[in-house]
Design a protein around this ligand. Structure first.
Ligand code: THG
Length: 292
């Protein structure tokens, strides 16, 4: 099962036999006061830095979220999509809870985007899936509905199955264009939550066979040593069947743990990527040493 995302000039393939897809989380004002203020003034200069840092860190796609209080989110999404597509050739994940912002982002985007996200609520499905179909985009599906964000992995699977059925059956969206989000929650709130996420990943892998993604930084929220937790969590999730994550691509600790897991889980034939990246770092270190 391969999910193909495209920018104007580049393709990224997500799959259980592929290197893990690192989606950079950083273009998102949530929890960033200064960035929120800048966006309220229509200043998107911070995005340049966030793109550069994530590219340097090894991002393979970028999440774009413009959700902040008192902003025209649809207008900002249009500007951000244009800006980011001018700065790099990575496919984008258009992230908003506002349907107008998803629509505006999709209209502006050149390529095959990932739409983030749809829930199992009938009203959301009926509003968002026609847009996804019309643009030939892929989608992230969250297994929660109007009643609950279920804790039980079996219930999450049930809601994931519902979304897959509606998306493929009613709207004719190819099953390979649906990424299930098994719901990552803060370990700081309840230390049993990550086990639920890992169980859900395992169940979705077994029962639906589709690709998955999640917000990896949710797990470490509010805890010290976030990078260590990320570097431990992601290989566990990959072993259970996770094929991509919206994550901190700027962290060498986390990115290198993902690359190591790719190699150890046989998603890096002959260790070619692992060795190439090691040689690149060695050459960089040598160049730095010669400068001194
Ligand atoms: N699933 C899906 N999409 C998502 C999420 C998810 N999109 C948003 C979010 N969750 C994933 N993205 C982030 C981005 C940043 C952080 C967490 C998740 C984060 N930011 C720092 C903070 O708030 O502490 C920023 C602080 C700062 O730099 O000042 O932790 O679950 N489908």
């Amino acid at each position: 099962m391969h999910t193909v995302l495209k920018s104007a000039s580049k393709e990224v393939v997500i799959g259980h036999d592929q290197p893990f897809c690192i989606i950079g989380e950083r273009i998102n004002p949530t929890g960033r006061k200064l960035f929120q203020e800048q966006l309220r003034k229509g200043d998107l200069s911070r995005v340049d830095i966030d793109v550069a840092d994530q590219l340097a860190g090894g991002a393979m796609a970028l999440d774009v979220n413009m959700g902040a209080p008192l902003v025209d989110e649809a207008g900002l999404m249009v500007q951000a999509v244009k800006l980011v597509q001018g700065l790099c050739d990575l496919p984008l994940c258009i992230d908003s809870s506002v349907i107008e912002a998803l629509d505006a982002g999709l209209r502006t985007y050149e390529g095959k985007a990932l739409v983030n996200s749809v829930t199992a609520e009938d009203e959301r499905l009926d509003a968002i899936l026609p847009l996804v179909k019309a643009h030939g985009a892929a989608i992230i599906a969250l297994p929660n509905d109007e009643e609950e964000i279920p804790e039980e992995p079996a219930r999450r699977l049930e809601l994931a199955r519902k979304i897959v059925e509606v998306a493929t059956g009613t709207y004719g969206i190819p099953v390979e264009d649906i990424l299930i989000d098994p719901l990552a929650m803060p370990i700081g709130a309840d230390t049993s939550l990550v086990n639920r996420t890992l169980e859900t990943i395992h169940l979705v892998r077994e029962e639906l066979g589709v690709n998955m993604t999640l917000g990896a930084s949710n797990v470490s929220f509010g805890m010290p040593e976030r990078h260590v937790l990320g570097a431990c969590f992601l290989p566990m999730a990959m072993q259970a069947g996770l094929t991509s994550a919206i994550m901190d691509a700027r962290s060498p600790e986390i990115v290198r743990a993902v690359k190591a897991a790719d190699l150890l889980l046989d998603h890096d034939p002959w260790g070619a990527n692992w060795i190439a990246e090691h040689r690149k770092r060695e050459a960089e270190n040598k160049r730095e040493a010669e400068k001194r």
